[in-house]
Design a protein around this ligand. Sequence first.
Ligand code: ADP
Length: 304
Amino acid sequence: MDDGRTRHYASLQEAVAAVFGNGARIVQAERVFGGDINQAYRLTLADGRRVFLKANRKENAPFFAAEAAGLAAIAGTGEIGTPQVFGSGEDCGELGGAFLMMEFLEKKKPGAGFWEAFGRQLARMHQAGTEGLAPGGKFGFLEDNFIGAGRQVNTPHGSWVSFFRDCRLRPQLRQAARYLGSRERQGAERLLERLDDILEEPVRPSLLHGDLWSGNFLAGADGRAWLIDPAAYVGHAEADLAMTELFGGFPQRFYDAYREEFPVREGYPRRREVYNLYHLLNHLNLFGSAYLAAVKGIIQEFAP
Ligand code: ADP
């Protein structure tokens, strides 16, 4: 299968030969740790070149297709680095499953100016054109994708608030019903009904990374930030900013540089809570009740 964007290969060796030339072969595969879903490897080819490989069971091939589509959309803005995707495939031999092969990013500790540049680059990515990324609507994406291991619905909508209600909060709330009592379920319904008063339409649609926490960018050898592992879609830029703040936040100079490039409208701190309710619900659904108190707190705040 070839999805027209990422070449698909019947084995890892076939992919390596097609991308790097017939004589190319893997001489070393070292595990890279730090991800929570896939097995990751740093491959070394006979000519010394390094390649990054993610592998998982065959059934997980759709995750890799979605990741490749998200990386391609971000790369299409030309504003911020993402690893070049070389190809994907299913290797029934030694690897025994699906794989995604991409550029290996050498890492460096963030140096002076890193956070300011990152803030400006993200702001520019959020201002890039989104034509063709949410066909038939303004918000959404080319296809559904994944948020961590959870399914993310991206059906295009003309309104951001409707999109966030129908494709973000509602599906997660439905799944989380087993954790919520009837009071919270009713509160959540009221929150959905009031969403037009709480959120607002953006000045322009933005391509979002979609899962922008500190594990999903790298400081590259060029001293710049590189985005990895997106759950990309077209939405309100504030939703990306909110996610950066969910687990501790980035340094203030990142946000200052961002705002200089792309101002954030008044009232954002309140809207941030609702944007992050989506991620907290997803965490509740994936990892269990450690996230329940935070979810209940936000529902209670907006629908007492
Ligand atoms: P998962 O899909 O399992 O969440 P990640 O995308 O988080 O995996 O990647 C796993 C590890 O590999 C992390 O430590 C991450 O920093 C590193 N990594 C991810 N992409 C690259 C890349 N292109 N080059 C080098 N290291 C990478």
